[in-house]
Design a protein around this ligand. Structure first.
Ligand code: SAM
Length: 257
């Protein structure tokens, strides 16, 4: 299955630009009451920011990722098994997993149905999958410029981590959407100057493959506008509001009446 680009290019700046371990602790605190204890797998474990927080809370963690440099950072952080590979084929036995996490990853895969099917195979009946979507920053003069830029780049098509896409794919593979939550996670306070630099350095995956003409038409004006904001070195609020979906693996059907 194809994925969009490799996070290896941003591995050394991932933690500082994605909320660090503080975000991992916030996500784990929010999701822990909704997930069964025991064996947990994280799809797209990245540098392990989320996985380590679940390990600290007692889950036995296995993380999967396709990017070696991201996984190397996770190996230095997470007490658990870390596996290099694509989440479309999980080296996990059937019905052995209690909880699964997909945090900021399903928007990157081209066939989310194949991933849901693989997670459903791995989960035991009653096991749960949490899908944390990409999220929107709380309104600020920075997000007022970055939001329209991002929409101009990715268009209005539904993202592959949205309920409208995932819910119809989940039922046929034995997963039921049981909760739809709003999660507020911290991001580092960002200044207009820092935000302009993040965009220039293409630190977000949506910026990796932007063609030169679109860069000139959409991205450069946004960078210019960020640089012209008042108080360019004063930090703006760093909260991101994220939709989180909880799916539950259906009970085994025996066929008896
Ligand atoms: C935005 S990062 C999220 C990392 C982590 N979940 C977090 O929240 O910090 C997405 C991660 O998913 C990985 N990834 C993307 N597509 C994948 C695939 N098909 N199989 C395995 N990993 C994948 C990337 O390499 C990257 O490390």
């Amino acid at each position: 299955m194809a994925s969009r680009g490799s996070f290896d290019r941003v591995a050394d700046r991932y933690d500082e630009t994605r909320g660090g371990e503080e975000r991992g602790r916030a996500v784990a605190a929010h999701l822990a009451p909704h997930l069964p204890p025991g064996e947990l797998i994280e799809l797209g474990v990245g540098t392990g920011l989320i996985a380590v927080a679940f390990a600290d809370r007692g889950w036995r963690v296995t993380g999967f990722d396709i990017a070696p440099a991201m996984l190397a950072r996770a190996a230095a952080r997470v007490p658990g098994r870390l596996v290099l590979g694509n989440v479309s084929a999980l080296p996990v036995r059937d019905a052995t997993v209690d909880a699964a996490l997909a945090v900021h990853v399903l928007h990157l895969v081209d066939e989310p149905g194949a991933v849901l099917s693989e997670v459903a195979r791995a989960l035991r009946p009653g096991g749960r999958l949490a899908v944390v979507g990409t999220g929107q920053p709380e309104a600020s003069d920075i997000s007022d410029l970055i939001g329209p830029m991002a929409r101009a780049l990715v268009g209005d098509r539904p993202r592959t981590d949205e309920p409208a896409v995932l819910a119809p794919l989940a039922g046929p593979v034995g997963l039921t959407l049981v909760e739809d939550l709003e999660l507020r996670t911290p991001a580092p306070p960002t200044t207009p100057t820092a935000a302009a630099r993040l965009v220039e350095d293409r630190l977000w995956s949506s910026l990796w493959d932007v063609p030169a003409d679109q860069w000139a038409r959409v991205v450069e004006p946004a960078i210019g506008a960020l640089r012209r904001l008042p108080n360019p070195d004063q930090p703006r609020p760093g909260i991101v509001v994220v939709q989180t979906l909880i799916f539950e693996k259906d009970p085994v059907r025996t066929g008896r009446v």
